[in-house]
Ligand binder design. Structure first.
Ligand code: 5GP
Length: 228
């Protein structure tokens, strides 16, 4: 028998993706299915949109409050993502979650992903792609939330981010949600089995096992030395 002791510190997972790729849906299903998984809630200075929930989607604060927190070194990373709006990952909460053994998902953009990867090289970077830009168009229309200028901006950002996929470890196309979730879960399981995630491996004492094996009757009777 052999057993393994994994590192107790949780794993950090970044999920980025093109606009309307369905990151949110995938993340919600991952959280539902995996009790040890937690989502880091970012802070933002962008205005709340219909359907946004305080403390669930983001912590919504003013630009002034955000800049105050920057000065206080409150964020692990932050970026101006769209229309000069700030988005940032709170450092202390994330550190506490990881230290308590929880795996944590950050849903952040490409530039944030690079900053975090530099600080925590073992971070797993996953990029979610919509099955086609045609499908993205359909999903944006279905949401019906934004004006033309904002839609154009989303498209530009999407194309720019797709060019950065090579900075990620994994890419998952979200055509059928259940399949995409399965793929992300498989990635997370595989990552848990990486040798560098293992702190110790336990196997029984080699001499004892060998001795028992060599003393066994069947073994003695059946052995034929190779050089005869
Ligand atoms: P929205 O919520 O306005 O649709 O999209 C916000 C964008 O900002 C997404 O691309 C999302 O990944 C990114 N984002 C959200 N939170 C953070 C964060 O804490 N840091 C960074 N760098 N990007 C973030």
């Amino acid at each position: 028998m052999a057993s393994i002791k994994e590192k107790t510190r949780g794993q950090l997972i970044i999920i980025s993706g093109t606009t309307c790729a369905g990151k949110g849906t995938i993340i919600n299903k991952l959280l539902e299915n995996n009790q040890n998984l937690e989502l880091s809630i970012s802070y933002t200075s962008r205005p709340m949109r219909t359907g946004d929930k305080e403390g669930v989607d983001y912590y919504f604060i003013s630009q002034e409050e955000f800049e105050k927190k920057i000065k206080e070194n409150y964020f692990l990373e932050y970026a101006k993502v769209r229309y000069g709006n700030y988005f940032g990952t709170p450092k202390k909460e994330l550190e506490e979650k990881l230290a308590s053994g929880h795996d944590v998902i950050l849903e952040i953009d490409v530039q944030g992903a690079q900053t975090v990867k530099k600080m925590f090289p073992e971070t797993i970077l996953i990029f979610i792609l919509a099955p086609s830009m045609e499908e993205v168009k359909r999903r944006i229309k279905a949401r019906g939330l934004e004006n033309n200028e904002q839609i154009i901006d989303r498209f530009k950002t999407a194309y720019r981010e797709i060019n950065e996929i090579n900075k990620y470890n994994y890419v998952v196309v979200n055509d059928i949600v259940e399949e995409a979730v399965k793929k992300v879960e498989s990635i997370l399981i595989s990552e848990k089995c990486r040798v560098d995630r293992i702190e110790e491996i336990f196997v029984e004492n080699q001499e004892e096992i060998l001795h028992e094996f060599l003393m066994g009757k069947e073994f003695d009777n059946s052995i034929t030395p190779i050089d005869k």
